[in-house]
Design a protein around this ligand. Structure first.
Ligand code: URA
Ligand code: SF4
Length: 267
């Protein structure tokens, strides 16, 4: 990270949030952390929109104000959708559609606010997630929670967290293209039920699942893609950031851009 960037994060009171071992639990109490919905001149879109080709949505300002899906395929979520969620989660837990079901302890459907601003899509459950049945509960999850807290979101409020595959790949290997494709209908149903304002794909498998093409994170960062009318941005996976902390500043830029876009989308 450049000294300027470190200074920026420090000035915004965000630098400590990015250090995994400093308890992220009391982030909400940090007065420097603005909720995602609050205005914040320090990171206007002009500051954070990365340059580069724009795939589907030309700029934050051009994000369509209504990102909800077509009512015919995705009714606005409400209490009646509990049945749909129950069915979906049961189907995921019972699924044997790909070889990953053989070595799982349990499938990990996803967790979070069912009326989220953001849907965060990761790779797949690790050992701890497989044991607990909840996504992102290991070290990468602590960093993800800190990243979300830095933009005023949490798995309790504003964010839903899911994965490109719902069952743990043995030895935490990267899921195969075929496994991602087998599991994709579940992710698509989650997107339709959640109708998030924005989707954040963290890491390659998530990007590959949503964009239906091979993706290099370094190339896809700074662009805006679209899935069923919902803007998708791509950034580094928190596990990658733990191994490559010098790229945390780039991930922070991506989150700022995502925040500017979801604010521009209103609601
Ligand atoms: N990494 C992921 O991509 N997903 C999880 O659920 C946990 C770690
Ligand atoms: Fe089914 Fe997805 Fe698990 Fe494969 S990873 S068994 S498709 S739930």
């Amino acid at each position: 990270m450049t000294p300027q960037r470190a200074q920026l994060l420090a000035r915004m009171g965000l630098a400590p949030l990015w250090r995994l071992r400093e308890a992220p639990d009391d982030n909400a109490a940090d007065p420097a952390v603005e909720p995602e919905g609050a205005p914040d001149p320090a990171d206007s879109p002009g500051d954070v929109v990365a340059s580069g080709a724009i795939a589907a949505v030309p700029s934050a300002a051009a994000v369509p104000p209504a990102v909800a899906l077509d009512a015919a395929v995705a009714p606005v979520p409400d209490a009646e959708d509990d049945g749909a969620w129950e069915r979906l989660e049961r189907e995921i837990r019972d699924c044997t559609a790909c070889p990953l079901h053989r070595q799982r302890r349990q499938a990990v459907p996803g967790i979070g606010d069912r009326r989220p601003r953001w849907l965060v899509v990761g790779e797949g459950p690790g050992a701890e997630e497989d044991r607990r049945g909840e996504p992102f509960v290991g070290p990468a999850g602590q960093l993800l929670d800190a990243m979300l807290a830095a933009v005023g979101l949490s798995r309790q409020q504003g964010a839903f967290i899911a994965n490109s595959v719902k069952c743990r790949p043995p030895g935490n290997r990267t899921p195969e293209t075929e496994e991602i494709a087998s599991c994709f209908p579940f992710l698509r149903r989650q997107v339709r039920l959640l109708a998030p304002r924005l989707i954040v794909a963290v890491g390659r498998p998530a990007a590959q699942a949503l964009l239906n093409q091979p993706v290099r994170i370094a190339d896809a960062r700074g662009k805006t893609f679209e899935f069923e009318g919902i803007p998708v941005i791509v950034t580094y996976h928190p596990a990658y950031l733990l191994r490559n902390p010098h790229d945390k500043g780039k991930a922070w830029e991506d989150l700022c851009r995502a925040r500017a876009m979801s604010r521009a989308a209103g609601q």
